[in-house]
Design a protein around this ligand. Structure first.
Ligand code: IPM
Ligand code: MG
Length: 371
């Protein structure tokens, strides 16, 4: 029986528009061939919302995202907005969504598709078969904690400051998400902080250690300083299974992990809220890890696969459609064996294509796999 899911889409800026349009072709394909269809609503966010309404996120758009079963997001930002005041910058639209929807758990899987081993800047033996999951705390830490701001002393000295602050419950809830994921994977968790330098890092380690004792059955946990982790990620990334870390370290380490896979253009992410005890639902937003890529925006060159894979995470985590998610992931993998590739994953023997060519190759793979 067909069930209509409320899907909100926010393409945002730059290549966000192009990769979203491409990904909606996959959603259309599913509506035609599988027992799922979507009620799609659209919302403006980031620079696109600023251009139209003078704000990077309208209250109505936030309310729509809250009411949707899940939100698929593109990207925000662009050099034309660099001089806007802090509160009006495109990124505030995304950060407000994360905060107001309480999307505290950001899942960033980094896996290397066999066909892309040679696209990585690292040696094939270092990255082939890589499959790690970064769990980033997304609503606390230096991105949001107060005090933050900028002041000028009487003598004219300017001070700009941000606070990295965490409370035990904030660490516990992201820790639980990481334990759950580790149990479904290889059972290995690395908790990452800088407890050698930061008070928030000391608390992070204490809370994770206690939580592991109380609730970490079946998970082997170790601790690592964030700087060492950055080094280990490029030295021997396959030592990791699940990583859990705070908002800022997660931002940085996930970009590093992304490049292990060959291209930022391949990486999806899911940002999840807590499950509501009465409705069983959770707020969720899915977005590619790549940004708005202003340098190639509007040219039809962007790789749509990170957005397609974000959509497949959406089906898996929000709509409980694991079969459809598996099918999409298989189609992406198969499409990488096709003749066409976008510039970011280009290699000898392939033909250069753009967003449309790449998504058509995915659709052809879906057709073939479902024959
Ligand atoms: C990310 C991005 C965002 C972040 C920006 C666009 C605000 O880099 O999702 O990793 O810093 O969290
Ligand atoms: Mg980032």
């Amino acid at each position: 029986m067909a069930s209509n899911k409320k899907l909100m889409i926010m393409a945002g800026d730059g290549i966000g528009q192009e990769v979203m349009t491409a990904t909606l072709k996959v959603a259309d394909w599913l509506s035609k061939h599988r027992s799922i269809s979507f009620d799609v609503t659209e919302g403006l966010v980031g620079g696109a919302a600023y251009d139209a309404h003078g704000t990077p996120l309208k209250d109505e758009t936030l309310a729509d995202a809250m009411a949707a079963d899940a939100t698929l997001f593109g990207a925000v930002g662009g050099p034309q907005y660099d001089d806007l005041p802090f509160e009006l910058k495109p990124e505030r639209g995304l950060l407000t969504l994360r905060k107001e929807m309480d999307l505290f758990a950001n899942l960033r899987p980094a896996m290397v598709f066999p066909a892309l081993v040679s696209a990585s800047t690292l040696k094939p033996e270092i990255v082939s078969g890589l499959n790690i999951m970064i769990v980033r705390e997304l609503t606390g830490g230096v991105y949001f904690a107060e005090p933050r701001g900028r002041t000028t002393d009487e003598d004219g000295t300017v001070r700009a400051f941000d606070t990295n602050m965490y409370t035990p419950p904030e660490i516990e809830r992201i820790g639980r998400v990481a334990f759950d994921l580790a149990r479904k994977r290889d059972g290995k968790l690395t908790s990452v902080e800088k407890s050698n330098v930061m008070h928030s890092g000391i608390l992070w380690r204490e809370v994770m250690t206690a939580l592991h004792k109380a609730e970490g059955e079946g998970v082997e946990m170790s601790h690592m300083y964030a700087d060492n982790c950055a080094m280990q990620l490029v030295r021997a990334p396959k030592q990791f299974d699940v990583l859990v870390t705070d908002n800022l370290f997660g931002d940085i380490l996930s970009d590093t992990a992304a490049m292990l896979t060959g291209s930022l253009g391949m990486l999806p992410s899911a940002s999840l809220g807590a499950v509501d005890a009465t409705t069983g639902k959770r707020h969720a937003l899915y977005e590619p890890v790549h940004g708005s890529a202003p340098d190639i925006a509007g040219k039809g060159l962007a790789n749509p696969l990170a957005e397609v894979l974000s959509f497949s995470m959406l089906l898996r985590y929000s709509f409980d459609q694991g079969d459809d998610a598996d099918l999409i992931e298989k189609a992406v993998e198969k499409s990488l064996e096709g003749e066409l590739r976008t510039g970011d994953i280009m290699a000898d023997g392939f033909t250069a294509t753009g967003t449309d060519g790449m998504i058509d190759q995915v659709i052809r793979s879906l057709d073939e796999l479902s024959r």
